[in-house]
Write a protein that binds this ligand. Structure first.
Ligand SMILES: *[C@@H]1O[C@H](CO)[C@@H](O)[C@H](O)[C@H]1NC(C)=O
Ligand SMILES: *[C@@H]1O[C@H](CO)[C@@H](O)[C@H](O)[C@H]1NC(C)=O
Ligand SMILES: *[C@@H]1O[C@H](CO)[C@@H](O)[C@H](O)[C@H]1NC(C)=O
Ligand SMILES: *[C@@H]1O[C@H](CO)[C@@H](O)[C@H](O)[C@H]1NC(C)=O
Ligand SMILES: *[C@@H]1O[C@H](CO)[C@@H](O)[C@H](O)[C@H]1NC(C)=O
Ligand SMILES: *[C@@H]1O[C@H](CO)[C@@H](O)[C@H](O)[C@H]1NC(C)=O
Ligand SMILES: *[C@@H]1O[C@H](CO)[C@@H](O)[C@H](O)[C@H]1NC(C)=O
Ligand SMILES: *[C@@H]1O[C@H](CO)[C@@H](O)[C@H](O)[C@H]1NC(C)=O
Length: 905
C-alpha cells in the first residue's frame, strides 16, 4: 500500500507535468509578430486556435493531407502560407478565396499530381508559387492563366517533359521561372509562346536532358536576361547552337557550368555577338583548350568564370576581345600534372594584355612552372591578384619576378602556399601601389634585412605567418614605416631581444602577430612607442619567466605604454605569475586571452583599469578562487567569459562572490554547467560550480556583523566595569571637582591676609608631641608663618565642631599628619576629613598636604579616611625622613608645599 502511494505520487509529481508539457509543445506553434511557426509538429490538422490576425503560417514538415479552405478561413489575413513537406495531394480552388490576401504559396515536396484550370482560378494576388517536387508530370490546358501577378514560379523536379505551361499568352508579370530537374529534352519553337507578353528575366533549365533547340525557341520570351543551363550535357556543338538561338535575345547572364564544354573554338560563342552578355560562367566543364579569338564576340563581358577546368595551354589571343572584363576567375582552371615528367600548363606571354579593364584576377590552385617575363603584361587596371598555390617552381623571388606587373596599379598580391624560400632585395620594388602583401604559408628562411620591402611605399599589411624561419634585426622593417598590420605567426623568430627593436620604426602598427614562435627572450623596449597598437598576439610562446618576481632585474613590463591596445592574447605561455601592475594604463582593452597557462592566484587590483573589458578568457589554468577584489572591475561590463576547466575551490571564501555574480549576470558563458566544476573540497569534487549553495555564505555576513557589534559592546562594558572598580574614586572625585567648578565654585583668589593661618593641622591626639617638637621651631624661625593647632589656637568656650569648621576656613592649607593613630581617630575620620576635602574641592586641590610619619598603604588610607594619594599632587605628599640628615630637606619641601599659591591645575 505504501509502495503504491509512493508510485502514484511519483507519477503525479514527476511524469504527469512532463507529459502535459510534451503534448502542449506538440500542439503548440510558436507565434511571434503575426508569424506562426507550426513546422515539425507532426500535425494532421490545421491548428484551429492561432491568433486570427497572423500573416504568415508555416506548416512545413507535418503530416497534412489536405488544406481545407474552411479550416483556413479564420486566418483571412494570411500573406504567406508555407505548406511544404507534407502529403497534400489535392488543392481546392476555394483556398485562394478564403485567403484573399495570399501572396506566397509554397507547396513544395507534396503529392499534388493534378493541376486543373480551376486550381488557381482565384489566386489573383499570388506573387510566388512553389510547386517543386510534386508528381505533376504534365500540365495541360492553362491552370496558371489567372496568376496575373505571379513573379516567381518554381516548377522544378515535377517530371515535366515540356517547357510549355499553357496554350495562351499569360503570366504577364512573371520574372523568374524555375524548371530545373525535369525531363525536358527539347525546346520547340512555340514552347515559350505563353510568355509572349511576360517580362521574364530569369529562366533556369538546369539539369534537364536537353538535346535540341528548335530555331527561334527563345524568341518569344520578351526580355530574357538570365539563363541557366547548368548540368545539361550540351557539349561544344549544342553550345554553339544554343548561342545562335540566343543571338536575338537580351541575355546578359549565361550560366553554362558542367555542360561538358571541353573545347572552345573561335565559333562557339559566335551567336552572342549581338547580345550584351556581361556574365558568363563556364566552370566545371573539363575545358582543355580555348582557341585564339574565342571570346572575340563577347566585348561586353565583365565577369568570366573558368573555375575548375583542365586547360593546358592559354594562347596569346585566347582572351582576345575581352576588353571589358573586370573579374576573371581562373581558380583550378588549368591542368594539374600528376607527376613531374609531364610538363606544366603554359600561359603564353602577353596572354592577358587584352584584359584592359581587369581588376580582379584569381589564379589560385594551379601549378604553373613560374612567372615569365611578360606573363601579366598589359593588365593596366589590375588591383588584386591571387596567386595562392599557383606555382610549382617559384622558390626565389628576384628583383625581376614581378616585372610584368610593373604597370598594374596593384593593391593586393597574394602569394600564399607557393613554397617560396627566399625573397631577394627589391623583389617588390615594381609594386609601389601595393597595400596588402600575403606571403604566408611558404618556406621562407632568411634574415630580413629590410631590402626585401624596398619600394613598397604604400604597404599597409605584410603577412609572413607560417614560414620556415625569419631572423629579424633592427632594420628588418625600416623601409616600410607606414605598415599597419604585421603577421609573424610561427616563423621561428625566437631571437627578438634586439636593440633597437625590429618594430621600433613601425609607429603606425595596429596589429602585430608574434604567436607560435616559442619566444622566451624579449626586452621591455620591444614594443616601446607602438602607441597605435590595437591587437597583440603573443600566444604560444614561452614568456613565463618575464613576469616572475624572481626574474633577474625584476618582471619585464613589455606592455608598458600600449595605450590603444584592445585585444591581447597571451594564451599558452606557461605564465604562473602576473605582476599586479602589468595591465595598468591599458584602458582600451576589450579582450584578454590568458587561457592555457598555469595561473593560480591573481594579484588583487590586477584588472583595476579594465572596467570596459568585454571578453576575458582564463580557461584551463589553475584558478581556485574568483574573488571580487581581483575580478570585480573586469566583470563589470563583460559580455563573454571563459573560465572553464579550472580547479575551483567550492568554499564560501573562494567562489561565493563568483556564484552570486553568475546568478545575476547577462555575460555569455559557454558550457557553464559542464565545464565549471568544483575540485575541492573533496565532498563537492566534480559538482557544477553553479550549483554551489551560497545561502550559508550570505548568512555569515550579518552574523559576522552581529558578532563584531556584540563583542565590542562586551569589551567596552568589561573595560568600564574594571575602570569603575579600580579607578571609580578618581572618576567620582574629579567628577565632583568638575561639577563644582561648573556650578561656579571658582577658586577664590583670596589675599594672603585673608587667612589667619598658613595651615590647619589635623593630627591624632597621640601625635601632639611630634607636632610641637617640629612645627613650633618653624614658626619661631619665620614669624609670618602660623599654624593652627587645635590645642593651642581654639578659642575657649566655642563648641569643638564649630571651632574646627571656623579654623579650617581661616587656614590657607590643611595638613594631615598621617599615622596609624590618625587612621583610628574617630573625629578625624568623620568630620575633619569631610570638611577638608570639601574645601579642597571648592577651592583647590593644592590645599591639602599629607605628611606621612609612617608608611601607610594606600588602601588603608582610603579605607580609614576616604583619601588616596592619587587625589593629590606629588609635591603635596611628604614623608618624614628616617635619617636625621634629611630633615632639613623635609622642611624645604614643606615650605614649598605651603608657599605654593592655591591654583587650579
Ligand atoms: C478541418 O476542420 C474540421 C472541423 O473543425 C476537422 O474535423 C478537420 O479535421 C479539419 N481538417 C484539417 C485538415 O485541419
Ligand atoms: C493580433 O492579435 C493579438 C491577440 O490575438 C494581439 O495581441 C495583437 O496585438 C494583434 N496584432 C495586431 C497587429 O493587431
Ligand atoms: C518554415 O519553416 C521551415 C523549417 O523550419 C523553414 O525552412 C522555412 O523557411 C519556413 N518558411 C517560411 C515561409 O518562413
Ligand atoms: C545592348 O546595350 C545597348 C546599350 O547599353 C542597347 O542599346 C542595346 O539595345 C543592347 N542590346 C541588346 C541586344 O540588348
Ligand atoms: C577561326 O579559326 C580558323 C583557324 O583555326 C580560321 O581559319 C578562321 O578564319 C577563324 N574564324 C574567325 C571568324 O576568326
Ligand atoms: C559582330 O556584330 C557586329 C554588329 O554588331 C558586326 O559589325 C561584326 O562584324 C560582327 N562580328 C563578327 C565577327 O561577325
Ligand atoms: C637586380 O639585381 C641584380 C643583382 O642581383 C642587379 O644587378 C640588377 O641591377 C637588379 N635590377 C633591378 C631592376 O634592380
Ligand atoms: C590569400 O589567399 C588565401 C587562399 O585563397 C586566403 O586564404 C587568404 O585569406 C588570402 N589572403 C588575403 C590577405 O586575402
Amino acid at each position: 500500500m505504501e509502495r503504491c502511494l509512493i508510485h502514484w505520487s511519483y507519477f503525479f509529481l514527476r511524469i504527469l507535468p512532463f507529459c502535459m508539457v510534451c503534448t502542449q509543445s506538440v500542439k503548440n506553434c510558436v507565434v511571434r509578430n503575426e508569424v506562426a511557426d507550426c513546422s515539425h509538429q507532426k500535425l494532421t490538422q490545421i491548428p484551429p486556435d492561432l491568433p486570427a490576425n497572423i500573416t504568415t503560417l508555416n506548416l512545413t514538415h507535418n503530416q497534412l493531407k489536405r488544406l481545407p479552405p474552411a479550416n483556413l478561413t479564420r486566418y483571412g489575413q494570411l500573406v504567406i502560407l508555407d505548406g511544404g513537406f507534407n502529403s497534400i495531394s489535392k488543392l481546392e480552388p476555394e483556398l485562394c478565396q478564403s485567403l484573399p490576401l495570399l501572396k506566397v504559396l509554397n507547396l513544395q515536396h507534396n503529392e499534388l499530381s493534378q493541376l486543373s484550370d480551376k486550381t488557381f482560378a482565384f489566386c489573383l494576388s499570388l506573387t510566388e508559387l512553389h510547386l517543386k517536387s510534386n508528381p505533376i508530370q504534365k500540365i495541360s490546358d492553362n491552370p496558371l492563366k489567372n496568376l496575373k501577378n505571379l513573379h516567381l514560379l518554381d516548377l522544378s523536379h515535377i517530371g515535366l517533359s515540356s517547357a510549355k505551361l499553357g496554350t495562351q499568352v499569360q503570366l504577364e508579370n512573371l520574372q523568374e521561372l524555375l524548371l530545373t530537374n525535369n525531363k525536358i529534352r527539347m525546346l520547340k519553337r512555340e514552347d515559350f509562346d505563353y510568355l509572349g507578353n511576360s517580362s521574364l528575366r530569369k529562366l533556369d533549365l538546369s539539369s534537364n536532358h536537353l538535346i535540341e533547340f528548335s530555331p527561334d525557341c527563345f524568341r518569344s520570351i520578351g526580355k530574357l536576361y538570365d539563363l541557366s543551363l547548368n548540368n545539361v550535357q550540351l557539349g561544344p556543338e549544342l553550345t554553339e547552337k544554343l548561342c545562335l538561338e540566343l543571338s536575338s535575345t537580351s541575355v546578359q547572364s549565361l550560366n553554362l557550368s558542367a555542360i561538358q564544354l571541353t573545347k572552345i573554338s573561335n565559333m562557339t560563342f559566335r551567336g552572342l555577338n549581338q547580345t550584351n552578355l556581361t556574365v558568363l560562367n563556364l566552370s566545371h566543364n573539363g575545358l582543355t583548350s580555348i582557341a585564339n579569338d574565342s571570346f572575340a564576340w563577347l566585348s561586353h563581358l565583365e565577369w568570366l568564370v573558368l573555375e575548375n577546368n583542365n586547360i593546358d595551354h592559354l594562347f596569346s589571343r585566347s582572351f582576345y576581345g575581352l576588353s571589358n572584363v573586370k573579374y576573371l576567375n581562373l581558380k583550378r582552371s588549368f591542368f594539374k600534372p600528376k607527376n613531374s615528367k609531364i610538363s606544366f600548363p603554359k600561359i603564353d606571354d602577353f596572354s592577358f594584355q587584352w584584359l584592359k579593364c581587369l581588376e580582379y584576377l584569381s589564379m589560385e590552385d594551379n601549378s604553373f612552372s613560374g612567372i615569365t617575363t611578360n606573363m601579366f603584361t598589359g593588365l593596366t587596371n589590375l588591383k588584386s591578384i591571387n596567386l595562392s598555390s599557383s606555382f610549382a617552381n617559384l622558390q626565389i623571388l628576384t628583383n625581376t619576378t614581378f616585372s610584368s606587373l610593373a604597370y598594374s596599379p596593384l593593391l593586393i598580391l597574394n602569394l600564399t602556399r607557393n613554397k617560396i624560400s627566399q625573397i631577394e632585395s627589391g623583389a617588390f620594388s615594381w609594386l609601389g601601389h601595393l597595400e596588402v602583401l600575403d606571403l604566408g604559408v611558404n618556406e621562407i628562411s632568411q634574415e630580413l634585412t629590410g631590402q626585401e620591402w624596398k619600394g613598397l611605399e604604400n604597404i599597409m599589411e605584410i603577412y609572413l605567418s607560417y614560414n620556415r624561419y625569419l631572423i629579424l634585426n633592427s632594420n628588418s622593417f625600416a623601409s616600410v614605416p607606414i605598415l599597419k598590420r604585421l603577421m609573424l605567426r610561427r616563423v621561428d623568430c625566437k631571437q627578438l631581444d634586439v636593440s633597437p627593436s625590429p618594430f621600433h620604426p613601425l609607429r603606425n602598427l595596429t596589429i602585430l602577430d608574434l604567436s607560435n614562435n616559442n619566444i622566451a627572450n624579449i626586452n621591455a623596449e620591444m614594443l616601446e612607442g607602438l602607441d597605435k597598437l590595437e591587437i597583440l598576439d603573443l600566444q604560444h610562446n614561452n614568456l613565463a619567466r618575464l613576469w616572475k618576481h624572481a626574474n633577474p632585474g625584476g618582471p619585464v613590463h613589455f606592455l608598458k605604454g600600449l595605450s590603444h591596445l584592445r585585444v591581447l592574447n597571451l594564451e599558452s605561455n606557461g605564465f604562473d605569475e602576473i605582476p599586479s601592475d602589468v595591465f595598468k594604463g591599458l584602458f582600451q582593452l576589450r579582450a584578454i586571452y590568458l587561457g592555457l597557462n598555469n595561473l593560480n592566484l591573481l594579484p588583487a587590483s590586477l584588472f583595476d583599469h579594465q572596467t570596459s573589458l568585454k571578453s576575458l578568457s582564463l580557461q584551463k589554468n589553475l584558478i581556485t578562487s574568483v574573488e571580487k577584489g581581483v575580478f570585480g572591475p573586469a566583470f563589470q561590463n563583460l559580455t563573454l567569459l571563459d573560465m572553464s576547466f579550472n580547479p575551483f575551490d567550492c568554499t564560501c571564501e573562494s567562489i561565493a562572490w563568483f556564484v552570486s555574480w553568475l546568478n545575476k549576470t547577462h555575460t555569455h558563458i559557454e558550457d557553464l554547467p559542464s565545464h565549471y566544476l568544483c575540485n575541492t573540497p573533496p565532498q563537492y569534487h566534480g559538482t557544477p560550480v553553479m550549483l554551489f549553495d551560497i545561502s550559508p555564505c550570505k548568512d555569515s555576513a550579518p552574523f559576522k556583523m552581529f558578532f563584531i557589534i556584540n563583542a565590542s559592546f562586551l569589551c567596552t562594558l568589561i573595560f568600564v566595569v574594571l575602570l569603575v572598580h579600580f579607578q571609580g574614586w578618581r572618576i567620582s572625585f574629579y567628577w565632583n571637582v568638575t561639577i563644582h567648578r561648573a556650578l561656579g565654585f571658582k577658586e577664590i583668589e583670596r589675599q594672603q591676609e585673608q587667612f589667619d593661618y598658613a595651615a590647619y593641622i589635623i593630627h591624632a591626639q597621640e601625635d601632639s608631641r611630634w607636632i610641637w617638637k617640629y612645627f613650633s621651631p618653624m614658626e619661631e624661625k619665620d614669624h609670618s608663618l602660623r599654624f593652627c593647632l587645635e590645642e593651642r589656637d581654639f578659642e575657649a568656650g566655642r563648641p569643638e565642631l564649630e571651632a574646627i569648621v571656623h579654623s579650617i576656613k581661616r587656614s590657607r592649607k590643611i595638613i594631615f599628619v598621617v599615622t596609624q593613630n590618625l587612621l583610628k581617630d574617630p573625629l578625624c575620620k568623620r568630620f575633619k576629613v569631610h570638611h577638608a576635602v570639601q574645601q579642597a574641592i571648592e577651592q583647590n586641590l593644592d590645599s591639602i598636604i599629607l605628611i606621612f610619619l609612617e608608611d601607610i598603604p594606600d588602601y588603608k588610607l582610603n579605607h580609614a579616611l576616604c583619601l588616596r594619594r592619587g587625589m593629590f599632587k606629588s609635591h603635596c605628599i611628604l614623608h618624614w625622613p628616617a635619617q636625621k640628615e634629611r630633615v632639613h630637606a623635609f622642611y624645604q619641601k614643606l615650605q614649598v608645599a605651603l608657599g605654593m599659591r592655591n591654583r587650579a591645575h
